[in-house]
Design a binder for this molecule. Structure first.
Ligand code: IPD
Ligand code: CA
Ligand code: CA
Length: 257
């Protein structure tokens, strides 16, 4: 029932995205310029909530726009009703719904759906990761210099030492291709699918990475903070790779190469 509900809620949120996409919808600013929220984010969140609360009224919910619906349940749903809102607002079809499910503080299931290119990613702890029901695996690349990477930039804190711009410039100067898609959840799924060899970002929130980090791990990859420690979605730093370039990428990020 948990899996069915997760899939149903993810599909319902994505359907709302499709209904609003390229139409006229209200866009407002959160704190920070271009940190946007649209009518569609709220509408997607609403249908996702309805489905989850209908099946599991006592579960804990953490969602980007509504915040926490706290309860003492061992289950916690972590929801990004639209990841890649700036893309969405500009009619760029690189955006998705992302929902992760924790049990006793461990991520046990995650789903990420981009309806515009019809890619549904799913993972269950211990059972692997899939794209449209076909198993996916991370890439085989062993060296950062030959890798294709992806990153994202926060709305603030760009300029500090070893911050997002420093690390990005270091890699670009050495000729490493580093892309920027604008959706952390999709960045993670594209690592899981073997398209990117690695992803890193300096300031994510739990809802950006909750589903995607499990999907990378279940596709055979590794996810950590910038020190190489076990990843927690409740701290800002993330490095997610095919595993083979992980330790080397950590050194590039910390300026130790
Ligand atoms: C953003 C995206 C982006 C990342 C930002 C996030 P949103 O989420 O995941 O890729 O760089 O840090 O805030 O605002 O589109 O849900
Ligand atoms: Ca997000
Ligand atoms: Ca969002």
């Amino acid at each position: 029932m948990l899996k069915e509900t997760l899939i149903k809620a993810t599909e319902a949120g994505a359907k709302v995205m499709q209904e609003y996409f390229q139409g006229n919808f209200l866009i407002s600013n959160k704190e920070g310029i271009n940190n946007l929220v649209t009518e569609a984010d709220h509408a997607s969140e609403k249908v996702i909530f309805e489905i989850i609360k209908n099946e599991f009224p006592d579960h804990f919910i953490l969602s980007e726009e509504a915040g926490e619906l706290a309860s003492d349940s061992n289950y916690k749903w972590i929801i990004d009703p639209i990841d890649g809102t700036v893309n969405f607002a500009h009619g760029i079809p690189l955006c998705c719904v992302s929902i992760g499910l924790e049990l006793d503080g461990e991520m046990i299931m995650g789903a990420v759906y981009n309806p515009f290119i019809n890619e549904f990613y799913f993972a269950q702890k211990g059972y692997g990761a899939s794209l449209n029901d076909k198993r996916i695996y991370v890439s085989e690349e062993k060296e950062v210099i030959k890798s294709c990477l992806v990153t994202g930039f926060p709305y603030s804190y760009l300029d500090h030492h070893n911050g997002p711009l420093d690390v990005f410039a270091r890699m670009i100067r050495k000729g490493v291709p580093v892309r920027r898609l604008g959706s952390a959840a999709l960045d993670l799924c594209w690592v899981a699918a073997g398209r990117f060899d690695g992803f890193f970002e300096h300031k994510l929130q739990a809802w950006d990475s909750a589903a995607g980090f499990l999907i990378v791990q279940e596709a055979g990859g590794r996810v950590s903070d910038f020190t190489g420690k076990k990843y927690s979605p409740y701290q800002p730093h993330i490095v997610a790779t095919n595993g083979k370039i992980h330790d080397e990428l950590l050194k590039w990020i910390r300026d130790e190469v």
